[in-house]
Design a protein. Structure first.
Length: 216
């Protein structure tokens, strides 16, 4: 059983990570700005307030945990700057203050910087709206930052090109920097199976200090 602090527990991915972790018997502290937005109840769930962009707040909730998971979204739509890179820096800064007792950091990443079979990157495709480009590149900047970090155990998990609520099959394929693509050329993962992969990583710790990606 792991003790997990989860930022972004009310989001599309975070809510599924929360359910997957609880279903497997882990203890989860959901860190939210407004506890009223989280209606989940479970004997292994604690809800607390906190701010992923405040290193002191991160340190306070990370103390005594085994893993800190960031499922924080990439922005609020057009006109809003993505928060991914600042969140990454704040997470590392907060966890770093805990020294030898610091938990691992697992962050939800983006697919934009993954390599497609033709060698181009996902974010190079034409027709991607500007605000989505901002979010994709913010994920890329966050990953670049994580890759400079050597004193905190981190993992960044990129989804397939398409991720949406769907079926939990419990199966997925992995790669490192190459997009996971099906024989028909599509790349997708349900948010439920992404959560399975993330909680598997909590339990198995196969990708410390690197990015990996999951897809059908």
């Amino acid at each position: 059983m792991a003790k997990i602090a989860l930022f972004g527990a009310t989001g599309t991915i975070g809510s599924r990570v929360l359910r997957e972790a609880l279903d497997r018997g882990h203890r989860v502290t959901a860190v939210v700005r407004d506890p009223a937005k989280l209606t989940e109840e479970h004997e292994n769930l604690t809800v607390t307030t906190g701010d992923v962009l405040d290193p002191a707040s991160v340190a306070a909730v990370a103390k005594g945990q085994d893993v800190v998971v960031s499922a924080v979204g990439g922005g609020d739509g057009p006109g809003h700057l993505a928060t991914i890179e600042p969140a990454a820096k704040s997470l590392v800064a907060g966890v770093r203050t805990l020294g030898e007792t610091a938990p691992r950091v697992i962050a939800v990443g983006g697919a934009g910087s993954l390599r497609k079979p033709d060698g181009s990157l996902v974010w190079d495709a034409e027709g991607i709206p500007e605000f989505l480009q901002q979010i994709m590149h913010a994920h890329g900047d966050a990953l670049d930052y994580y890759r400079t970090v050597t004193d905190v155990r981190w993992t960044n998990i990129s989804p397939a090109a398409s991720i949406a609520p769907g079926e939990r099959t419990g199966t997925y394929r992995t790669a490192l920097d190459d997009l996971v693509v099906k024989e028909d050329g599509t790349s997708r993962i349900s948010a439920e199976d992404y959560a399975v992969a993330l909680v598997d990583e909590i339990e198995e710790a196969n990708h410390i200090g690197e990015r990996f990606t999951v897809g059908e």
